[in-house]
Write a protein that binds this ligand. Sequence first.
Ligand code: 4NP
Length: 168
Amino acid sequence: MNADRTAEPAAAVLFVCLGNICRSPTAEGVFRVALERAGLAGRVRTDSAGLGDWHVGAPPDRRAIQAARRRGYDLTALRGRQVEPADFTRFGWILGMDDANLRALTALKPPDFEGHLGLLLEFAPQMQMREVPDPYFGGPEGFDRVLDLIEASAAGLVARLQPIVTRD
Ligand code: 4NP
Protein backbone atom coordinates (compact mmCIF):
# COMPACT_ATOMS: atom_id res chain seq x y z
CA MET A 1 0.00 0.00 0.00
CA ASN A 2 1.16 3.50 -0.81
CA ALA A 3 2.31 5.17 2.41
CA ASP A 4 1.19 8.65 1.36
CA ARG A 5 -2.30 7.37 0.76
CA THR A 6 -2.40 5.89 4.25
CA ALA A 7 -1.35 9.20 5.77
CA GLU A 8 -3.86 11.29 3.85
CA PRO A 9 -7.10 9.60 2.76
CA ALA A 10 -8.22 10.43 -0.76
CA ALA A 11 -11.66 11.52 0.42
CA ALA A 12 -13.23 12.61 3.67
CA VAL A 13 -16.90 12.37 4.60
CA LEU A 14 -18.64 14.07 7.53
CA PHE A 15 -22.17 13.00 8.46
CA VAL A 16 -24.19 15.66 10.26
CA CYS A 17 -27.45 15.63 12.21
CA LEU A 18 -28.88 17.70 15.05
CA GLY A 19 -27.69 15.90 18.18
CA ASN A 20 -24.92 13.56 16.89
CA ILE A 21 -26.35 10.73 19.02
CA CYS A 22 -28.87 9.04 16.68
CA ARG A 23 -28.66 9.49 12.90
CA SER A 24 -25.15 10.73 12.12
CA PRO A 25 -23.26 8.28 14.37
CA THR A 26 -25.36 5.51 12.84
CA ALA A 27 -24.35 6.76 9.38
CA GLU A 28 -20.69 6.87 10.44
CA GLY A 29 -20.77 3.31 11.81
CA VAL A 30 -22.64 1.84 8.85
CA PHE A 31 -20.52 3.67 6.27
CA ARG A 32 -17.27 2.47 7.92
CA VAL A 33 -18.41 -1.13 7.56
CA ALA A 34 -19.49 -0.54 3.95
CA LEU A 35 -16.03 0.89 3.20
CA GLU A 36 -14.32 -2.09 4.81
CA ARG A 37 -16.43 -4.52 2.80
CA ALA A 38 -15.50 -2.64 -0.38
CA GLY A 39 -11.79 -2.79 0.52
CA LEU A 40 -11.64 1.00 0.91
CA ALA A 41 -10.96 1.32 4.65
CA GLY A 42 -8.12 3.79 5.10
CA ARG A 43 -8.90 5.58 1.85
CA VAL A 44 -11.81 7.60 3.20
CA ARG A 45 -11.76 9.64 6.42
CA THR A 46 -15.10 9.29 8.17
CA ASP A 47 -16.62 11.21 11.04
CA SER A 48 -19.91 12.59 12.33
CA ALA A 49 -20.95 15.73 14.17
CA GLY A 50 -24.02 17.53 15.45
CA LEU A 51 -25.28 21.05 14.94
CA GLY A 52 -26.31 21.29 18.62
CA ASP A 53 -23.98 21.00 21.60
CA TRP A 54 -26.22 19.07 24.04
CA HIS A 55 -24.50 15.71 23.59
CA VAL A 56 -20.85 16.67 23.18
CA GLY A 57 -18.72 13.85 24.62
CA ALA A 58 -21.69 11.48 24.95
CA PRO A 59 -22.02 8.03 23.36
CA PRO A 60 -24.83 7.46 20.86
CA ASP A 61 -28.40 7.08 22.14
CA ARG A 62 -28.91 3.62 23.68
CA ARG A 63 -31.71 2.89 21.19
CA ALA A 64 -29.41 3.69 18.26
CA ILE A 65 -26.67 1.45 19.70
CA GLN A 66 -29.12 -1.43 20.17
CA ALA A 67 -30.76 -1.14 16.75
CA ALA A 68 -27.33 -0.99 15.09
CA ARG A 69 -26.04 -3.94 17.12
CA ARG A 70 -28.93 -6.08 15.88
CA ARG A 71 -27.58 -5.55 12.35
CA GLY A 72 -23.97 -6.16 13.33
CA TYR A 73 -22.70 -2.58 13.72
CA ASP A 74 -20.85 -1.43 16.86
CA LEU A 75 -21.43 2.25 17.67
CA THR A 76 -20.25 2.11 21.29
CA ALA A 77 -16.87 3.80 20.81
CA LEU A 78 -18.34 6.91 19.16
CA ARG A 79 -18.66 10.19 21.08
CA GLY A 80 -20.66 13.26 20.21
CA ARG A 81 -19.09 16.46 18.97
CA GLN A 82 -20.34 19.68 17.45
CA VAL A 83 -19.77 20.84 13.88
CA GLU A 84 -16.89 23.35 13.76
CA PRO A 85 -15.53 25.71 11.09
CA ALA A 86 -12.48 23.47 10.49
CA ASP A 87 -14.82 20.75 9.24
CA PHE A 88 -15.16 22.68 6.00
CA THR A 89 -11.43 22.33 5.35
CA ARG A 90 -11.01 18.77 6.67
CA PHE A 91 -13.99 17.24 4.82
CA GLY A 92 -14.78 17.39 1.13
CA TRP A 93 -18.13 15.67 1.56
CA ILE A 94 -20.48 17.03 4.21
CA LEU A 95 -23.83 15.27 4.31
CA GLY A 96 -26.81 16.34 6.42
CA MET A 97 -29.67 14.06 7.38
CA ASP A 98 -32.52 16.52 6.83
CA ASP A 99 -33.33 19.91 5.36
CA ALA A 100 -32.93 21.72 8.69
CA ASN A 101 -29.41 20.28 8.95
CA LEU A 102 -28.66 21.35 5.38
CA ARG A 103 -29.91 24.90 6.00
CA ALA A 104 -27.78 25.21 9.13
CA LEU A 105 -24.71 23.83 7.34
CA THR A 106 -25.24 26.16 4.39
CA ALA A 107 -25.26 29.10 6.81
CA LEU A 108 -21.95 27.93 8.33
CA LYS A 109 -20.27 27.16 5.00
CA PRO A 110 -17.32 29.43 4.18
CA PRO A 111 -17.45 30.96 0.69
CA ASP A 112 -14.31 29.11 -0.42
CA PHE A 113 -15.62 25.61 0.40
CA GLU A 114 -15.26 23.59 -2.78
CA GLY A 115 -16.56 20.25 -1.54
CA HIS A 116 -19.95 18.64 -1.74
CA LEU A 117 -22.54 19.82 0.77
CA GLY A 118 -25.81 17.92 0.47
CA LEU A 119 -28.20 15.37 1.90
CA LEU A 120 -27.28 11.75 2.61
CA LEU A 121 -30.32 10.38 0.82
CA GLU A 122 -29.11 11.82 -2.50
CA PHE A 123 -27.16 8.57 -2.66
CA ALA A 124 -30.24 6.34 -2.35
CA PRO A 125 -32.76 7.72 -4.86
CA GLN A 126 -34.51 4.34 -4.92
CA MET A 127 -35.72 4.98 -1.35
CA GLN A 128 -37.75 7.95 -2.65
CA MET A 129 -37.10 9.90 0.55
CA ARG A 130 -35.34 13.25 0.87
CA GLU A 131 -34.72 13.27 4.62
CA VAL A 132 -33.67 10.73 7.27
CA PRO A 133 -36.41 11.37 9.88
CA ASP A 134 -35.28 12.26 13.40
CA PRO A 135 -36.06 9.18 15.57
CA TYR A 136 -35.23 10.83 18.92
CA PHE A 137 -38.77 11.50 20.13
CA GLY A 138 -40.35 8.40 18.57
CA GLY A 139 -40.44 4.65 19.17
CA PRO A 140 -37.87 1.93 18.42
CA GLU A 141 -39.21 1.35 14.90
CA GLY A 142 -37.88 4.79 13.97
CA PHE A 143 -34.34 3.57 14.58
CA ASP A 144 -34.84 0.61 12.24
CA ARG A 145 -36.17 2.94 9.57
CA VAL A 146 -33.08 5.13 10.02
CA LEU A 147 -30.91 2.04 9.51
CA ASP A 148 -32.78 1.05 6.35
CA LEU A 149 -32.26 4.51 4.85
CA ILE A 150 -28.65 4.76 5.96
CA GLU A 151 -27.65 1.29 4.71
CA ALA A 152 -29.05 2.12 1.27
CA SER A 153 -27.29 5.50 1.24
CA ALA A 154 -23.99 4.05 2.43
CA ALA A 155 -23.98 1.61 -0.49
CA GLY A 156 -24.66 4.43 -2.95
CA LEU A 157 -22.01 6.64 -1.40
CA VAL A 158 -19.38 3.89 -1.54
CA ALA A 159 -20.21 3.33 -5.21
CA ARG A 160 -19.86 7.08 -5.87
CA LEU A 161 -16.54 7.40 -4.04
CA GLN A 162 -14.94 4.17 -5.24
CA PRO A 163 -13.68 5.55 -8.59
CA ILE A 164 -12.47 8.74 -6.88
CA VAL A 165 -10.45 7.06 -4.15
CA THR A 166 -8.97 4.30 -6.30
CA ARG A 167 -7.82 6.68 -9.04
CA ASP A 168 -4.02 6.75 -9.40
P1 4NP B 1 -30.06 13.09 16.03
O1 4NP B 1 -31.31 13.01 17.02
O2 4NP B 1 -30.05 14.50 15.47
O3 4NP B 1 -30.36 12.07 15.00
O4 4NP B 1 -28.84 12.78 16.87
C1 4NP B 1 -31.51 13.94 18.07
C2 4NP B 1 -30.87 13.73 19.28
C3 4NP B 1 -31.07 14.62 20.32
C4 4NP B 1 -31.87 15.71 20.12
C5 4NP B 1 -32.49 15.93 18.91
C6 4NP B 1 -32.30 15.03 17.87
N1 4NP B 1 -32.09 16.61 21.21
O5 4NP B 1 -32.92 17.49 21.05
O6 4NP B 1 -31.43 16.47 22.24
